[in-house]
Design a protein around this ligand. Structure first.
Ligand code: NAP
Ligand code: MN
Length: 266
């Protein structure tokens, strides 16, 4: 494997984050890494902050598949995407210096809104009503018209995103070793006129989900890709599926996905 020596640091731009990043850059320098100014020149991309910062680091560097991503937490403890802590730089150096380091791969979602180019998500794609009235979506799985949803909206999450927004609406936590997407409802209406499945469901990587927004004056929903709003306004159809892109992170000892779930929630 090519030598992993070029590090790009990504952080928020506030004084505290910049100060912590400067400290990490010095440490990297001391251990013979090259700190680069452009992410294109890096083979390791380090996010400094929380899970939200990690999502931004991946997005701002274009969901690269040819480098390793690592999250350094600047908060109280470790989190779902931050396997290292600010106060333990030596652990990170040890891991990166190891020739036989193992990587783990996180599946991502690809979203296509009408005829726009595709967007990728590491946590989830969310679509919500932009007005007070309920929002109607015809939900298709492959070519099957599966249900007509009426309510606030839907969340389509990746396995690693299953512990985020998806979990707040009672979705299941999914092992990232399973390449799949989970569809969860936001406040569906269920009565004698309107019916949805009512529970979250999980689709294989072979499936395509198509959401057709019923054009009845509520076709300006709020759409989110991870922690960013999509600037597209009017929408008719959204196609969602697992993308071919996987995000590579470092696999550490005693730090499996289920260790992290336990550490974070139990
Ligand atoms: P935020 O509003 O600060 O995030 C909410 C919390 O979610 C933060 O504590 C964040 O951790 C955590 N988080 C992010 N990704 C996670 C993951 N994969 N598993 C477990 N926790 C996770 O905004 P943000 O930090 O930019 O994060 C964006 C994410 O927030 C979205 O992708 C969405 O999943 C989630 N969100 C949740 C709700 C909800 O639960 N009702 C509503 C909107 C958005 P850090 O503090 O370490 O950043
Ligand atoms: Mn956050």
């Amino acid at each position: 494997m090519e030598e992993r020596k070029n590090i790009f640091f990504y952080s928020r731009k506030d004084d505290d984050s910049l100060g912590k990043t400067a400290f990490l850059k010095e440490a990297a320098d001391r251990y013979d890494f090259y700190v680069v100014d452009k992410h294109e020149d890096a083979n390791i991309i380090v996010s400094v902050g929380g899970d939200g910062t990690f999502l931004q680091a991946v997005r701002q560097t274009g969901f690269r598949e040819d480098c390793l991503y690592a999250g350094v937490s600047t908060t109280g403890g470790l989190s779902m995407y931050c396997d290292f802590h600010m106060d333990d730089t030596s652990k990170m150096v040890d891991v990166l210096a190891n020739e036989n380091l193992e990587v783990r791969r996180y599946p991502t979602i690809e979203v296509k809104v009408d005829d726009n180019t595709s967007f990728y998500c590491l946590n989830e794609f969310s679509i919500r009503s932009g007005v007070i009235k309920t929002f109607v979506i015809d939900v298709h799985i492959d070519n099957l018209h599966f249900e007509t949803f009426r309510g606030d909206g839907m969340i389509i999450s990746t396995p690693t995103g299953s512990t985020a927004y998806n979990k707040s609406v009672n979705g299941a936590v999914v092992d990232p070793m399973l390449p799949c997407i989970q569809v969860s409802e936001l406040a569906s209406l269920n009565n004698n006129r309107f019916r949805t499945l009512g529970s979250s469901f999980i689709l294989s990587d072979q499936r395509k989900l198509v959401l057709n927004v019923v054009q009845d004056g509520n076709d300006y929903p709020i759409m989110g890709i991870d922690n960013e709003a999509l600037s597209i306004q009017h929408v008719e159809s959204v196609e969602v599926g697992l993308s071919g892109k996987m995000i590579k992170t470092l696999k550490l000892k005693d730090n499996s996905f289920w260790h992290k779930v336990q550490r974070t929630f139990l």
